[in-house]
Ligand binder design. Structure first.
Ligand SMILES: Cc1cc2nc3c(=O)[nH]c(=O)nc-3n(C[C@H](O)[C@H](O)[C@H](O)COP(=O)(O)OP(=O)(O)OC[C@H]3O[C@@H](n4cnc5c(N)ncnc54)[C@H](O)[C@@H]3O)c2cc1C
Length: 366
């Protein structure tokens, strides 16, 4: 009998596995792909503070570039700059980052099995019966970290994240972008109302370029964007996936059921940007600590309270995203102009936090 089964070997599942194993629980992680971190479908823009909070080095082998700010091209063609004046974020290779997370989880004692898909989870008395592609296992707790789609979770609890808030996205690895590698580039386009397009430099030439839209013509929109902004780049690689811009599930409510969703499966993503690695990882770590405490007969309340606070922060970002979505272009232009003004830049560089966007702006410490 396993104490904790984790479905999904992405960052949320692996960080949860690491925390539970460190606290003494017996943990197994099921990953359907043959290799952790593959296929890579992420821009890998992670705050340096978030990496530290998650217990990852800011100079690990996964590091590709260091970022100090963002350049925003608004829909009327104006360029605005947010410059922290110091390094604030890392661009990482998600493939190598996830492998490092797996190494940490294994080092803590977790078992990771790759190439094994969990097909069904059923409650069987006081435990769970997990039907995987290679075997049937029993476990006392389950963490569902299966990522976007979360088919098992929907089958199990009959609910999930907001379906319309998952935006299809195509990401390209491009060569010859010709931009300053110290900044990320955000493009607001009237024909891309669901999310901004981006270019995240890996170096002076290579970059990750993403275009997201619910339109069935996403490929055409990508070609239009490339023609307008990057006519000279060479495309080396392309991947398609979805990115979440909705409200998070409150996993702590599901804690008593002993099957708890984390990461993208629970919509633990910053709805303002679609970034889910840091906040998803922080919440997953708290949920895992709460499970480990329960297994030892202790109180899970403290880590659960911390998880609740993190989820509240995400909920407020989802609210901000909805507000932004309702703004007309002129109003958005004004807000961006204020944020990128001298005073705005100075305030954000002192107080801003990429992950705790709302509490840092409101000045409430997390
Ligand atoms: C194009 C793109 C760019 C992004 N850029 C950023 C960014 O710059 N910064 C950022 O923070 N976030 C970014 N994100 C979001 C980020 O990738 C996700 O939030 C993050 O990967 C979520 O981690 P996770 O562990 O919850 O899910 P995932 O990383 O999706 O991992 C889930 C894992 O579960 C496995 N799995 C699923 N079902 C089963 C099953 N039944 N049995 C066994 N295994 C299963 C999958 O194979 C997968 O490996 C981006 C996303 C996309 C699509």
């Amino acid at each position: 009998m396993i104490e904790l089964a984790v479905i999904g070997g992405g960052p949320a599942g692996l960080i949860a596995a690491r925390e539970a194993a460190r606290a003494g629980a017996s943990v197994i992680v099921f990953e359907e792909h043959m290799e952790i971190g593959e296929p890579e479908r992420c821009a890998g823009l992670l705050s340096l503070s978030g990496l530290k909070r998650l217990g990852f080095s800011v100079s690990g082998k996964y590091l590709q570039n260091v970022i100090r700010g963002a350049v925003i091209k608004t829909s009327n063609g104006r360029w605005r700059i947010l410059d922290a004046g110091r390094p604030v974020a890392a661009v990482v290779s998600r493939s190598i980052f996830d492998k490092e997370a797996a190494k940490q989880a294994e080092h803590a004692g977790a078992e990771i099995v790759c190439g094994v898909r969990v097909k069904a989870v059923k409650r069987d008395g006081g435990e769970f019966r997990i039907t995987a592609s290679d075997s049937i296992r029993q476990s006392l707790w389950v963490i569902d970290a299966e990522g976007a789609g979360a088919a098992l979770l929907r089958r199990f609890i009959g609910a999930g994240t907001e379906p319309r808030k998952w935006i299809p996205i195509i990401q390209l690895i491009v060569e010859n972008h010709g931009l300053d590698k110290r900044f990320v580039y955000i493009y607001l386009k009237d024909y891309l109302p669901d999310l901004f397009a981006y270019l995240i430099p890996i170096d002076e030439s290579l970059g990750k370029l993403g275009v997201a839209s619910r339109s069935p013509d996403l490929k055409k929109l990508l070609i239009r964007f490339l023609g307008e902004e990057f006519p000279d780049v060479l495309c080396l690689n392309s991947s398609s996936h979805v990115i979440y811009t909705g409200s998070p599930l409150d996993s702590t409510i599901l804690f008593p059921s002993r099957l708890v969703p984390v990461g993208d499966a629970a919509g633990h993503v910053k709805a303002t940007t679609g970034g889910g690695v840091i906040m998803g990882g922080l919440i997953a770590a708290r949920i895992a600590s709460a499970i480990a405490a329960s297994l030892k007969g202790g109180s899970p309340e403290r880590p659960l309270a911390e998880a609740r606070k993190l989820i509240k922060e995400l909920r407020r970002m989802a609210y901000l995203r909805r507000l932004i979505g309702r703004m007309n272009s002129p109003l958005l232009e004004i807000l961006i102009a204020i944020a990128t003004s001298k005073i705005g830049n100075s305030y954000l560089s002192r107080k801003g936090d990429m992950d705790f966007q709302i509490s840092s702006i409101l000045g409430s410490r997390f």
